[in-house]
Ligand binder design. Structure first.
Ligand code: SF4
Length: 435
């Protein structure tokens, strides 16, 4: 792909960074208990989450130009045997080497289409590498350059907590739904998980009649789910679930939040009985930083500004924006706009800065005046990319992400249901009840 200029860490108008540790290299924070500098620094990593072993000292000492030269040389040596995928939120000095750039699902699909590549180097986060491993043919292996690149949101729904919630809900509904009309053959509850979840959660959904969604197709997927179940439990992002279901007409009082630390998720049995969507208490540390005050300030300082936010932002922020949509929606909206449009964007800073560089005919700024990247994407430094590629040149595979076969099967089932699902798959009215 075309190389873009590396943008300064603190763009003009920004008010510093959210964490002074952003000046550190990732290997200085890989062994710390949190996710490292950035928006999710304060969130706890659950036990069992993958950790990165030591990066060889050589790669810590190499300068930017030498790393670039070595990455280019290794990619040339590997040729079509390797494909490098880069997520929209990745830093520019890594994106410069990506063969494909996109959101998590676009990248997983791209991986399946590059069948000539024996190795997929996924410059994203752990759940994305898992999805690529599930969807890719057996002869391909997937490498995550830094295993410490997790996702704080995905880690908010552990398989243990999800199974505990499921057993409470199925027991509750077995009693409550005993008098349901026998003509109503829908399930009492069906699990739906956002792509940003572990393969174990996707497999759980696959094994329980459920499905995966992305931020682009969440509405179609909920339509599909409502046609098959009286209720949905939505993992792990409460905001995407709430924003999507509310836009479909589901009232807020029918969307209780499930706190995995409380019995019945902190809810009373009646509210769970009346629920249409049970929202797992997860969130994205990056997108929760966007506020209505930032939008008000942007409108005051830039009359006529077009505000677009990601649906992982809170409902109040989505309401205050002109529109909300996935990273794909945001990039297409910017590309299609009349020259001279001013955009205030509520999503991760690396994508916003890249859009600003790619579309100089517009004025594009991030709504958050404090620079705060996704701290886990930040873990993929060119030093790790150079290391894994040079090991491949030497015939050695490091940092392979392998989903166990039994998890692969359930996960693939939930993903395939998503791929087969179409909006209006079966009619559902605005409250989600089948007609
Ligand atoms: S931006 Fe948020 S949801 Fe996306 S990888 Fe980072 S922490 Fe996870």
């Amino acid at each position: 792909m075309t190389s873009l200029p590396t943008l300064p860490l603190v763009p003009p108008g920004a008010r510093g960074t959210c964490d002074t540790d952003l000046a550190l290299d990732p290997w200085q924070v890989d062994t710390r208990p949190g996710y490292g500098p950035g928006a999710s620094a304060a969130d706890p990593i659950p036990p069992g989450a993958p950790r990165q072993g030591g990066l060889p000292e050589l790669y810590k000492r190499l300068g930017d130009e030498e790393l670039r030269r070595r990455i280019v040389a290794a990619k040339q040596a590997l040729g079509e045997r390797v494909v490098v995928l880069g997520h929209f939120y990745q830093r520019d000095e890594v994106i410069d080497h990506a063969d494909v750039v996109g959101d998590s699902f676009q990248l997983a699909r791209a991986a399946t289409e590059r069948t000539e590549a024996e190795t997929i180097v996924f410059c994203g986060v752990h759940f994305m590498a898992e999805t690529a491993d599930v969807l890719s043919p057996g002869h391909q292996r997937v490498i995550l350059p830094n295993l410490a690149a997790g996702c704080s949101m995905a880690d908010m729904a552990t398989i243990e907590d999800v199974e505990a919630a499921w057993s409470q809900l199925t027991e509750l509904y077995a009693g409550q739904d005993a008098d349901v009309d026998p003509e109503d053959t829908r399930l009492p509850v069906l699990p739906v998980t956002y792509m940003n979840s572990s393969a174990a959660i996707k497999a759980f959904c696959g094994h329980h009649g459920g499905i995966v969604c992305t931020s682009s197709n969440a509405r179609s997927v909920l339509d599909w789910a409502f046609a098959r179940a009286r209720r949905v439990i939505f993992f792990p992002d409460q905001h995407l679930g709430r924003n999507t279901a509310r836009a479909m007409g589901v009232p807020l009082e029918a969307m209780p939040v499930w706190n995995p630390r409380e019995p019945l998720g902190g809810n009373d049995p009646q509210s769970l009985h009346d629920a249409r969507v049970i929202l797992w208490q997860g969130f994205c540390s990056v997108h929760k930083r966007f506020t209505v005050e930032q939008i008000d300030r942007a409108r005051a300082e830039h009359p006529g500004v077009r505000i677009i936010v990601h649906p992982e932002c809170s409902m109040e922020v989505v309401d205050a924006a002109d529109e909300s949509g996935s990273t794909d929606h945001i990039t297409k909206a910017v590309a299609a706009a009349e020259p001279g449009t001013t955009f205030g964007i509520g999503t991760e800073i690396n994508l916003v800065r890249r859009l600003a560089a790619q579309y100089p005919q517009h004025t594009i700024f991030c709504l958050d005046p404090v620079v705060c990247p996704c701290s886990t994407m930040y873990r993929i430094h060119p030093g790790y990319l150079a290391w894994v590629l040079e090991r491949l040149v030497d015939g050695e595979t490091v940092n392979q992400v392998q989903v166990p076969p039994e998890v692969q099967d359930g996960s693939r089932l939930a993903l395939e249901r998503m791929l087969a699902c179409r909006a209006g798959d079966r009619p559902a009215d605005a409250t989600g009840r089948s007609s």
